[in-house]
Design a protein around this ligand. Structure first.
Ligand SMILES: Cc1cc2nc3c(=O)[nH]c(=O)nc-3n(C[C@H](O)[C@H](O)[C@H](O)COP(=O)(O)OP(=O)(O)OC[C@H]3O[C@@H](n4cnc5c(N)ncnc54)[C@H](O)[C@@H]3O)c2cc1C
Length: 457
């Protein structure tokens, strides 16, 4: 490696992608440093996947207490302390943050607690230290940022960042957005007893997901108490006493204790000096990279949310790993983004892998659909009217299973396992050859016999 630079690799951003890339590059003998302006671990660990899932667990107890009655339990008076939840969550996040820092140090990666930007293709300016360091290769792994639209009174609204640190939990709230973060937070607040409105400007929540999952969740969320409002938007926000009042597009007023925007995230590519160096950005700010995560400037690479390929932690980790293998181990790896199993921790939960029905029809023409909808066994005793839904999208010609879409308890867990079969290119027949696990919900995936036919118009 070069001897004229301070480092072989300088990574900007110690999140999912940056941490993995740093450690793997260092394990191959590179001299590596990483700069982090906030907290090591990044969005997923500090204010994303992890605390979000902890909140989902917290929010599910209210239903569990209710459901217990059907099984003979009498649950005494219950109460919930938001302060306690935040305190315990913060302790767990501190623990994980410590582990990430230790792992980097044990891998001989130097950490700078500082914002960093590029002065030229090999020079990094460390803002907190007021000095420059140089590196042969640069990796931009700065992630994405929550986005709030520019409307009057927007300063009163929060994003998911602040939702993790509210000092008190208001009695009512509005979550704006229709993506997975919006539906997850609507479920969290609703389960914690907040009178929750999910407000989405489009026709149907969860754009990009299979239509049956979109319709399924649209039906189930209101049953749990979420006030789902679509085709509407907030045009302005004002403070009113202790709370907020939102004026909607249709002129109606909506009052709430807080308003949280989850209307998409933007790649964190600005203020890094990239444009001046010739690194190409897309219209939304995403850094353009080739399949090996190389930008238009040959020694500068980018991975994770800042490249907007698929904004998920396991993808950022894979891209970081592939970059380090390619550049520091002479082992070129291009991440395959074609089949991505993923979960939405809504209530009920969603799990999805592969093509949606609409995508499969567009790409394969003739396809077979198998689907089923049923009341989960547990709710035969609780009396809860909640549906579980499962769907297989199959290529009619090859019989390969192109997509699996699930709604119901543990869908995230189920889709991780069934994702292996879909990634391997399993056929419907191979699904059928798999022995069922009984009694489970997932056994439906290997016992679906009848092709679904659209009802006659
Ligand atoms: C509320 C929420 C829930 C989510 N839930 C899930 C989930 O359930 N499953 C899932 O797979 N994904 C989830 N995600 C997405 C996931 O968090 C991201 O895809 C992942 O963190 C991306 O990793 P990254 O390395 O690209 O960036 P990040 O993890 O965002 O890390 C980037 C880091 O760079 C730092 N940084 C930025 N600019 C600079 C600079 N100039 N100098 C120094 N440091 C800088 C930031 O502080 C940050 O720590 C969630 C995201 C959010 C917001």
């Amino acid at each position: 490696m070069s001897h004229t630079y301070n480092y072989d690799l300088f990574v900007i951003g110690a999140g999912s992608g940056g941490v993995r890339a740093s450690r793997i590059a260092a394990s191959h003998g590179a001299k590596v440093a990483v700069a982090e302006e906030y907290r090591v671990g990044g969005t997923c660990v500090i204010r994303g996947c992890v605390p979000k899932k902890l909140f989902v667990y917290a929010s599910q107890f209210s239903e569990e207490f209710e459901d217990a009655a059907g099984f003979g339990w009498t649950v005494g008076e219950t109460s919930f302390s938001w302060e306690k939840l935040i305190e315990n969550k913060d302790r767990e996040i501190d623990r994980l943050n410590g582990i990430y820092i230790r792992n980097l140090k044990n891998s001989n990666v130097e950490i700078f607690q500082s914002r960093a930007y590029l002065k030229d293709a090999h020079t990094v300016h460390l803002v907190a230290e007021g000095r420059d360091v140089t590196a042969d290769k640069i990796l931009i792994a700065t992630g994405g940022a929550a986005f709030k639209p520019d409307i009057p009174g927007i300063e009163h609204a929060i994003t998911s960042n602040e939702a993790f640190h509210l000092t008190t939990l208001p009695k009512s709230g509005i979550v704006v957005g229709g993506g997975y973060i919006a539906v997850e937070f609507a479920g969290i607040f609703n389960g914690l007893g907040v009178e929750t409105t999910l407000l989405y400007r489009g026709e149907k929540i969860l754009r990009g997901f299979d239509d049956d999952l979109r319709d399924g969740l649209t039906e189930e969320m209101p049953k749990k108490g979420v006030n789902l409002v679509t085709n509407n938007d907030i045009v302005s926000i004002a403070r009113e006493g202790d709370g907020l009042v939102a004026t909607l597009k249709d002129g109606k007023l909506l009052r709430a204790g807080f308003i949280m925007y989850a209307t998409g995230r933007v790649p964190n590519s600005h203020g890094l000096g990239l444009e001046a160096l010739g690194v190409k950005l897309k219209a939304n700010g995403a850094i353009e990279v080739d399949p090996y995560s190389q930008t238009a400037v040959p020694n500068i690479y980018a991975v994770g949310d800042v490249t907007d390929r698929a904004a998920l932690t396991p993808i950022a980790i894979r891209e970081g790993q592939a970059f380090a293998e390619t550049v520091f181990n002479d082992n070129p790896i291009a991440v395959d983004h074609s089949i991505i199993p993923t979960a939405v921790f809504s209530q009920p939960e969603l799990g999805t892998v592969g093509l949606t029905e609409a995508e499969a029809r567009a790409q394969y023409g003739e396809i077979d659909i198998y689907k089923t909808s049923f009341r989960p066994m547990k709710h035969t005793m609780t009396g809860r009217h909640e549906k579980t839904f499962m769907k297989l999208v199959v290529d009619a010609a090859s019989q390969r299973v192109l997509g699996v879409h699930l709604m119901g308890p543990s869908s995230g867990e189920i889709v991780q396992a069934v994702g292996i079969a879909v990634t391997m290119g399993a056929t419907k027949k191979q699904f059928d050859q798999t022995v069922a696990v009984h009694p489970t919900a997932a056994e439906e995936l290997v016992t679906l016999k009848e092709k679904w036919k659209a009802p006659a118009a």
